[in-house]
Design a protein around this ligand. Structure first.
Ligand code: GUN
Length: 293
C-alpha cells in the first residue's frame, strides 16, 4: 500500500500549531510577529503568492505588511525600503518576492536584508550556516517543509540513500544540505547527470525539484521508496484545458513508491506554512525568548 503524504493536511496542522504559539507569545511577552512582504512589478503568479501569504499571515495572528512597488522601481529605492524594514522593530521577517525585474541585482537585494529577518533563508550567512550543519540559521521554506514531511513519515533518516534531482539555490542545494545533516548518503543530480534513471533506482528517498513535468517515471523508482515531488508544472490536457502536475509521473510512481506527495496538495501548501514557522522563530530569536510550547 502506497501512502499519500498530504501536505494540505500537514500544513493545516502546522498552521494551527503556529497560531497557538503566536497567541501564547502575545500573552506571555506582548510580542506579535510581523512579516513584511515586498513585491516589485505585476507578475500574476507572484501576486497570487503574495496575496496568499498575506491572508495566511493574518490567519496565524501575525501582523502582515505588504509593500507593492512598480516594475520600474530602482534598485536604490528597493534597498532603501529594506533598510527601513531592517530598522523597524515591529518587523521580524522580510521576504522579497522573486523573481525581481531584470534591472535589479537579486543577490545585492537579498544580502541587504538583516540576517535575522531573512525568513526565506536566502542570505549568504543563512546559506553558510546551513552548509556547516548549524541550527542557528534560517532554513529555506520549501526544503524545510519537504524535510518535515519526510521525517514525519520515515522517522530517522540516518544511512538512507537520498537523491535530489535539481540543483537550484532555492530548493535543490538546501535540500541536499538538510538530508546530509540527517546523515543520508546524498546524490545531487542535474541536467548533465548520466543515467539519471539508474541513479534514481538506487535511492530510498527521491526529492524531485527540476521543473520538468512528469519526468520521473514509475520504473525509475525502487519499490517502497519515499518520493517528495517539489515540481508544480501547468500542462495542457487533451481537452484543451490545463492541469497541475509534478516532476514525477504520479500514476506510475504511486504504484511502486512506499510513499509519495501528490501535486497539487503536497509540498506546495507547506511552503507558506514554513514561512510562518520561520517568522515566528525569528520573532522569538530577535527578542531572545523561547518559542512558546
Ligand atoms: N518565488 C518563488 N518561490 C519563492 C520563495 O520561496 N521566496 C521568495 N522570496 N520568492 C519566491
Amino acid at each position: 500500500m502506497t501512502t499519500i503524504i498530504s501536505g494540505t493536511e500537514f500544513s493545516a496542522n502546522l498552521r494551527k500549531e503556529i497560531k497557538h504559539k503566536v497567541a501564547l507569545l502575545k500573552k506571555q511577552h506582548d510580542i506579535i510577529p510581523g512579516l513584511a512582504v515586498v513585491l516589485v512589478g505585476e507578475d500574476p503568479a507572484s501576486q497570487i503568492y503574495v496575496r496568499n501569504k498575506g491572508i495566511q499571515t493574518k490567519e496565524a495572528g501575525m501582523n502582515s505588511y505588504e509593500h507593492k512597488l512598480p516594475d520600474d522601481t530602482s534598485e536604490e529605492a528597493l534597498l532603501k525600503l529594506i533598510d527601513q524594514l531592517n530598522s523597524d522593530s515591529s518587523v521580524h521577517g522580510i521576504l522579497v518576492q522573486l523573481p525581481l525585474p531584470k534591472h535589479i541585482d537579486e543577490h545585492a537585494v537579498i544580502n541587504s536584508i538583516a540576517v535575522e529577518k531573512d525568513v526565506d533563508g536566502f542570505h549568504l550567512s543563512n546559506i553558510g550556516l546551513l552548509a556547516i550543519g548549524s541550527n542557528q540559521g534560517v532554513v529555506p521554506c520549501t526544503p524545510l517543509g519537504s524535510m518535515m514531511m519526510l521525517k514525519d513519515h520515515l522517522g530517522d533518516l540516518s544511512g538512507k540513500k537520498a537523491i535530489v534531482v535539481g540543483r537550484s539555490n532555492i530548493v535543490g542545494k538546501p535540500m541536499a544540505a538538510l538530508l546530509l545533516k540527517e546523515s543520508c548518503t546524498v546524490t545531487i543530480a542535474h541536467s548533465r547527470t548520466k543515467n539519471l534513471a539508474d541513479e534514481c533506482r538506487q535511492a530510498d528517498i527521491i526529492v524531485a525539484a527540476v521543473g520538468q513535468p512528469e519526468m520521473i517515471k514509475g520504473d525509475w523508482i525502487k519499490a517502497g521508496a519515499t518520493i517528495i515531488d517539489v515540481g508544480i508544472n501547468r500542462i495542457e490536457k487533451a481537452d484543451g484545458g490545463t492541469k497541475l502536475v509534478g516532476d514525477v509521473e504520479f500514476s506510475s510512481a504511486s504504484k511502486v513508491a512506499g510513499a509519495i506527495t501528490p501535486v497539487p496538495g503536497g509540498v506546495g501548501p507547506m511552503t507558506i506554512a514554513c514561512l510562518l514557522h520561520n517568522a515566528l522563530q525569528q520573532a522569538c530569536r530577535i527578542n531572545n525568548v523561547d518559542i512558546p510550547e
